[in-house]
Design a protein around this ligand. Structure first.
Ligand code: BGC
Length: 390
């Protein structure tokens, strides 16, 4: 009897749905010194990453854990500065490293999703002006095409870049991340060049390997209004600019959309919502709204990040479940969602916050590098196994 009741209440996900978690090279690998963030760390402008989770050496162990958690996909990033440590000089030992990473993933039944640039710039590229340089599309495109040529046959899903709007906002308006600027003109210039860089990389990668699927990971927010024309204007403008400007700028050059969801902002409304350790409000319905909003692009959607900083793991299980209910509602509403990646598999370097914030399904002891699976990871495992939420 009980069984029937729970079966009736189960929210089933589409067959073949991908269940996984994500990481990014600079946040977990350790030993990356030739990038702008590492330099900023040495100058004490941001925390240093050092050995991070030593994932560069321990990836097999970490993917064993992902497999033991019944995941069937994994998102990670390749560090540009490892592959191209000097302009135009490529290091094939690093290509082989990432080839092994891809083999180890696939041997464990984990479908790889690969990001080519996740926030950190090689120092040589930064010195040339980074994404303010008009030649950046060719430079970035050359790196992306090189990787597609060498590793394109090893993975189907590729993302040229992660959260360009977040990177621009923090680096060019708020000035808290490299390149530490507060300059709206440069912000605008870099935004245009980033869109062009993606389009250029897309075309060059396809030339090397036409069968790969290419997109970006785009952080979108749920913008609400407390009512009144001014709040409506603010919400509409934010939605148009933050959520859609970039995606529309690369519209013809994306095979899927990677969606990162963390934030809900309600203009002119005081909300008494629970908060994460980052101080961000928890609002699962926002994920449904963000997904439904993307239906107009008529592309497959993958939630490439959604997660919570929650050091004592008291909110994570409920957070995951509630957000997945919202994903299910979006699918019922016609959004073509095909996968979900929890951020993150491991606790890691949370950029300007250093190692203080803990997003992981797996807890890291940074002294011993010991990995401990958190209880919420086991709840997520059940969902991955059943392909449904009971
Ligand atoms: C980024 C990750 C970051 C996470 C949590 C996203 O903005 O892609 O690198 O750790 O959010 O802040």
């Amino acid at each position: 009897m009980k069984k029937n009741v729970s079966a009736r209440n189960a929210l089933e996900f589409p067959k073949g749905f991908l269940w996984g978690s994500a990481t990014a090279s600079y946040q977990v690998e350790g030993g990356i010194e030739n990038v702008d963030w590492a330099e900023a760390g040495r100058k004490k402008k941001v925390p240093i990453t050092g050995k991070a989770c030593d994932h560069y050496n321990l990836y097999e162990k970490d993917f064993d854990i992902a497999k033991s958690l019944s995941q069937n996909t994994h998102r990670f990033s390749i560090e540009w500065a490892r592959i191209e440590p000097e302009e135009g000089k490529f290091d094939d030992r690093e290509i082989e490293h990432y080839r092994k990473v891809l083999h180890v993933l696939k041997a464990r039944g984990l479908e790889p999703f690969v990001t080519l640039w996740h926030f950190t710039l090689p120092i040589w590229f930064r010195d040339k002006g980074g994404f303010e340089n008009k030649k950046a599309p060719e430079i970035f495109g050359r790196y992306c095409a090189y990787v597609a040529e060498k590793l394109g046959s090893e993975a189907k899903f590729w993302m040229t870049m992660n959260e360009p709007m977040v990177w621009l906002g923090n680096g060019y308006l708020r000035g808290g991340w490299p390149p530490f600027k507060r300059d709206i003109l440069k912000y605008w210039k870099a935004l245009k060049i980033l869109m062009k860089s993606h389009r250029f990389a897309y075309i060059e990668m396809k030339k090397k390997n036409p069968s790969i699927q290419i997109g970006i990971a785009k952080q979108n927010m749920d913008f609400g209004s407390g009512g009144g024309w001014w709040n409506d204007v603010r919400a509409n403008f934010s939605r148009k600019f933050w959520n859609h400007k970039f995606l529309k700028g690369i519209r013809e050059c994306q095979d899927f959309i990677g969606v990162n969801y963390y934030r809900h902002i309600a203009f002119g409304k005081l909300e008494n919502l629970p908060r994460t350790d980052m101080g961000w409000t928890i609002y699962p319905d926002g994920l449904r709204n963000v997904l439904l909003e993307l239906k107009e692009y008529k592309k497959p959607l993958y939630i490439t990040e959604n997660g919570i900083a929650d050091a004592n793991d008291s909110q994570r299980g409920k957070f995951i479940k509630d957000h997945l209910v919202a994903v299910h509602q979006a699918i019922q509403g016609g959004a073509d969602v095909r996968g979900f990646f929890y951020w993150s598999l491991l606790d890691n370097y949370e950029w300007a916050e250093g190692f203080t914030k803990r997003f992981g399904l797996v807890k890291i002891n940074y002294d011993t590098m010991e990995r401990t699976i958190r209880p919420s990871a086991l709840l997520y495992k059940k969902i991955c196994e059943m392909n449904s939420i009971s």
